[in-house]
Design a protein around this ligand. Structure first.
Ligand code: ADE
Length: 227
């Protein structure tokens, strides 16, 4: 499932050694001959539950590897719809960590002790249920890795795109509208200001557009007081 991460920007960054990705199979940490990683819930009910002992052994192994390499402890994150919603702000925070471990399961549930004893943080991709945490993990990896210095080239710089612009209160703003040639396509024209060469005026126009656009499309971004 993770092969798409070897393509494009993230793939190039791993090849150049700017970031490193390592994948571990939970089954390798099962101890019985059937390689069992999940079991039925105590108290009954539908679905299978990911076992705490399997996750603990996997994490111990992974942490040992990280300790040998960098001498640090990783941040351990569980992908689950119960987690805090993933955001650009969260990606920024994570991009400053040396090592991150993402746990994703294809299971109805995680044994509660995984949450309680083994995990630092829970992250959700959004208020919907995916059939596994892998897609969520890939979104977290992609959004986080591209903020690590050296992952994006100068041309692709992340500093001026959607969600990096803020208003005076620190609210995130959506991206202002952008245009490229042709100047007139079927009578659909480019705003005059952008062709004026007045850089200060263009900057102000873009800021106003970003604010207007955010009010219209995502007013929720302007009322939250999270900074
Ligand atoms: N696993 C299943 N659904 C998920 C979601 N919305 N976010 C993160 N992990 C998940």
């Amino acid at each position: 499932m993770f092969t798409s991460l070897s393509e494009s920007i993230i793939g190039r960054a791993t090849e150049r050694g700017v970031i490193g990705l390592k994948f571990h199979q939970l089954r390798d940490f099962a101890e019985d001959k059937h390689k069992t990683v999940d079991d039925t819930p105590y108290g009954g009910g539908p679905g299978m539950v990911l076992k705490v002992d399997v996750v603990d052994r996997a994490l111990t192994h992974i942490k040992e590897g990280i300790k040998e390499r960098s001498g640090t402890m990783p941040k351990v994150i569980l992908l689950t719809p119960q987690g805090q919603p993933f955001s650009q702000r969260k990606a920024e925070q994570l991009s400053g960590h040396e090592d991150i471990v993402l746990i994703c399961g294809h299971y109805e549930g995680y044994d509660e002790r995984i949450r309680e004893y083994l995990v630092d943080e829970e992250i959700s991709l959004g208020d919907y249920v995916l059939s596994g945490g892998e897609i969520a993990a890939m979104a977290v990896i992609d959004a986080t890795a591209r903020l690590v210095p050296g992952v994006l080239g100068k041309e692709e710089s992340s500093s001026e795109e959607s969600f990096s612009l803020q208003d005076d209160h620190g609210h995130q703003l959506l991206e202002y509208p952008v245009y490229t040639r042709p100047e007139n396509y079927k009578g659909w024209t480019v705003p005059e200001i952008l062709k004026s060469g007045h850089h200060e005026e263009i900057k102000k126009w873009r800021y106003r557009q970003a604010v207007e656009r955010t009010k219209e499309k995502r007013p929720d971004l302007l009322v939250s007081n999270k900074k």
